[in-house]
Design a protein around this ligand. Structure first.
Ligand code: ASP
Length: 588
């Protein structure tokens, strides 16, 4: 803690900051009883506040009243205690805590609040069921590791603010009650009492507002923004999450990237998160997909993908030839010299299938000759095996994994296999991290199900290239990827009204609909919009990567459970009929 508490009737010092230097002086502390031990007439209490632990000792002869009261103390009772800071007997020194050389010999004890037995132990590292932790979050957050994580999160945000403030950014709030914003997810809606039948939407991001701020001439904006997206929940997702949201006027990709490198470089450095120093390398979307199968590769280890289409161009093996014939790919990776048992190969096959692949071909390169031990070896010509071996630089004993499928599916399956192999073979050094920008994304993807084009980033990202061939359009977007997780992304925006209308048209958003939904943006674009661009960094994920913890819920004070519900407050919950009536709503 930076400064001592203002002395009052409760305390004048932090528990964790009393050291031998204060021996012989008086101090008053306050906090929670971490533990009580009774020892040959003496009572010892470990007292806990945010700063740490302090041992209190109660002597029956010198402080009989306090000693008598201390008898009744139980874990999590709240007390204030005053006395003399005293050196411990050498045998009792605890070198593991900063206050381990001293104790407070208590003269006066005040019990401020009595605690029932907590529903779970609050010791560091205790394994407790998450549902129980979330239900009693106030207790859970008392645990030192949770206090640490929230402190790390706070420091991350403070560093972000500091670097951006230094660079003339203004922190500006944007509304939570607004109109649907298109980040491609479902909106959370808030019924409007003042206009029955109408709804506010909670923002999926401040995207349009930050663009308006640029049109307004604010030049540089940021906000620690809450975003709301009603998507199916996953382990690393929350219905509401936080991002560092940034927008800048008169900039290109390089400016936004440089600025974020300054911000994130400072965050990583201060928190001791070991990434290479900026500038960080950039990889095109095309290269990432070709080398790793996906656009957020974990680059801490090799196991890169190889295209085997050429090596197998003339193959008669149906699985490969039909994939190639249908416009798909045959791609593979060399897992190295690992003799996996059949059961493990079955598990890998299952994993590939979970990621949409029809199957997985495995092969062990035989020593001495250019042949494979593989269920498919008999279907392949010797030259084909040789060509594949050559392509993946196989050595005898190597395990090869091959997927034949449509390109995206093959990439996703092989990418999942890469990660699984890295885990099995322990290829990742978890103390070092890798970071890179992914750039030059495709602008639009064909959505075959809905028979329409979808924006790869969002509809406000500048596309470049030939509109006659939407599939070839590239977007001025960039993502920041750490250890295989996308921690941020943004783009240079469209600042030309005609181009914006053209993109809406391509996305099948007609003029009337565009005006109804985004008229406020289109109107603003009429009156002098500067070129602008920005980015958003996922704060929860960044904090989780830095502070540790199994999921982003560990770095959010009051998260929703994986189901999306809140075990603490019981939300979402039914409301009373009167409220519905007032809102003009009737339940179906
Ligand atoms: N609005 C985008 C998002 O939330 C980020 C950006 O383009 O700045 O993902």
């Amino acid at each position: 803690m930076k400064r001592a508490p203002r002395p009052n009737g409760y305390r004048d010092a932090w528990c964790g900051e009393l050291t031998a230097a204060r021996a012989g002086t008086q101090a008053r502390v306050a906090g929670w009883v971490n533990r009580r031990r009774d020892h040959g007439g003496l009572i010892f209490i470990d007292l806990r506040d945010r700063s740490g632990l302090l041992q209190l000792v109660f002597h029956p002869e010198t402080a009989p009243v306090a000693h008598a009261k201390a008898h009744s103390l139980r874990s999590e009772d709240v007390i204030s205690a005053a006395g003399t800071v005293a050196r411990r007997d050498p045998v009792n020194v605890n070198p593991n805590i900063p206050t381990g050389e001293i104790e407070l010999a208590v003269a006066e004890l005040e019990i401020l609040s009595d605690a029932e037995t907590p529903p779970f132990p609050l010791e560091e590292g205790a394994h407790v069921d998450e549902a129980l932790r979330l239900k009693h979050r106030a207790l859970d957050l008392r645990r030192p590791e949770m206090q640490h994580r929230l402190a790390v999160r706070h420091r991350i945000v403070a560093t972000m603010r500091e670097v951006l403030n230094e660079r003339d950014f203004l922190e500006i709030e944007t509304p939570y009650m607004t109109r649907s914003t298109p980040e491609g997810a479902r909106d959370y809606l808030v019924p409007a009492r003042i206009q029955p039948g109408s709804f506010y939407a909670l923002p999926q991001s401040p995207q349009l507002f930050k663009q308006l701020l640029m049109i307004a001439g604010l030049e540089r904006y940021y906000q620690i923004a809450r975003c709301f997206r009603d998507e199916d929940t996953r382990a690393d997702r929350q219905p509401e999450f936080s991002q560092l949201d940034v927008e800048m006027a008169f900039v290109t990709e390089d400016d936004v990237i440089e600025c974020m490198e300054a911000v994130m470089g400072a965050v990583f450095e201060r928190e001791g998160f070991d990434v290479p120093p900026p500038p960080w390398r950039r990889m095109t979307f095309a290269e990432a997909v070709s080398r790793y199968g996906i656009d957020r590769p974990d680059t801490r280890f090799g196991l890169e993908l190889h295209d085997l289409g050429e090596a197998l161009a003339a193959t008669e093996f149906k699985v490969f030839s039909s994939a190639l014939h249908d416009g798909g790919v045959v791609r593979g990776l060399n897992a190295g010299a690992h003799d996996l048992p059949r059961s493990a190969l079955d598990e890998l096959t299952e994993l590939a299938k979970q990621h949409g692949a029809k199957g997985l071909v495995w092969a062990f390169v035989q020593p001495g000759e250019e042949t494979w031990r593989s269920p498919v070896a008999k279907f392949l010509k010797r030259e084909e095996i040789e060509a594949v071996n050559k392509r993946v630089e196989a050595e005898p004993g190597d395990l090869l994994l091959v997927v034949a499928d449509e390109i995206t599916t093959a990439g996703q399956a092989l990418s999942a296999l890469r990660l699984e192999l890295a885990r099995r073979f322990d290829l990742v050094d978890h103390d070092r991290h890798d970071i890179l920008w992914i750039v030059e994304f495709p602008a639009f993807f064909w959505n075959a199900e809905e028979q329409r084009w979808d924006a790869a980033h969002h509809p406000f990202t500048t596309p470049t290239g030939d509109f006659e061939h939407p599939e070839t359009l590239s977007s001025r977007a960039y993502d920041l990827v750490v250890d295989g997780a996308e921690i941020g992304g943004g783009s240079i925006r469209i600042h030309d009204r005609a181009l914006q209308e053209r993109v809406f048209e391509l996305l099948g958003i007609g003029a009337a609909e565009a005006q109804a939904r985004f008229g406020f943006l289109l109107d603003a674009l009429r009156y002098g919009a500067p070129p602008h661009g920005g980015i958003a960094m996922g704060l929860d994920r960044i904090a989780a990567a830095i502070a540790g913890g199994e999921s982003i819920r560990e770095v959010i004070a009051f998260p929703k459970a994986a189901s999306g519900a809140d075990p603490l407050t019981g939300a979402p919950a039914p409301v009373d009929p009167g409220q519905l009536r007032e809102l003009g709503l009737r339940l179906a």
